[in-house]
Design a protein around this ligand. Sequence first.
Ligand code: SIN
Length: 293
Amino acid sequence: MNASGVHCTNLDELDALLNEGVGAVVTKSCTLEYRVGNPEPRYATIPYGSINSMGLPNNGIKYYIDFIEKNQAETDKLIMLSVAGLSKTENLELLAIANQSAAIKIIELNLSCPNIPGKPQTGYDFDATESLLNEAFAICKKPIAVKLPPYFDMAHFEAMAEVLNKFPLAYVCCVNSIGNGMWIDTATESTVIKPKNGFGGIGGLFIKPTALANVRMFYKLLNNIDVVGCGGVQTGQDAFEHILCGASMVQIGTTLWEEGKTCFERISNELAEIMNVKGYNSINDFKGKLNEI
Ligand code: SIN
């Protein structure tokens, strides 16, 4: 499936994704109202990946609910609504609105956008995450998943897993971009994106080791919660590695941005070829079965 934020902001992009070889679709993380997002340039292709500071440009929740209401009954692909309120109150309002639409089957609550000036990522505040999830599950009776930032310390993996294990989450997506990195163009002696003085989320192959580590740790620490892998998936081999670490599904972000929607078929075919060579018939034959030497 796509990673939220890529190829999923406007109807033409979403319609095109539904007609492509994706297993599921997630919409651009939305707010209550339309947002223009951060000033451009706000995405740059860099060696080994990307840097972005989009700033949640989106068409407002109603636009995405309308899309799901129009399409979910007609497709066998699950369409996830991604929400990213700029405050706890906004997140709860978004969930309350989503809860009212019968067409919405699952909501991905984005706790990890690093690109809003002055707004820290909720996923790095364990108490705030627990408090939000407590109220979210009280307000919203739909399946709720979370999109997490990457963690880098064993104590943080454990602290977050302890919070997440208290809730019946549909899945946990690991990881959003590595927040607040920087890339420099030496020729112009300049940052390559404009928002936040050049600081932005790093995605793509760069972050595969961090993504794999997060998938692996949460796969081991969570009780009965699926992990969705995201980060550095360029090839079927990358998808295979995510699944080996424990991912039940794989999201594609930077590669989708760079290559376009045909990447799904290519990556699926490459994964199928690896499985074929290894004699695996289903992802359950190798999911989570990483050899730890
Ligand atoms: C953005 O719109 O700034 C990216 C969203 C995200 O990283 O969650």
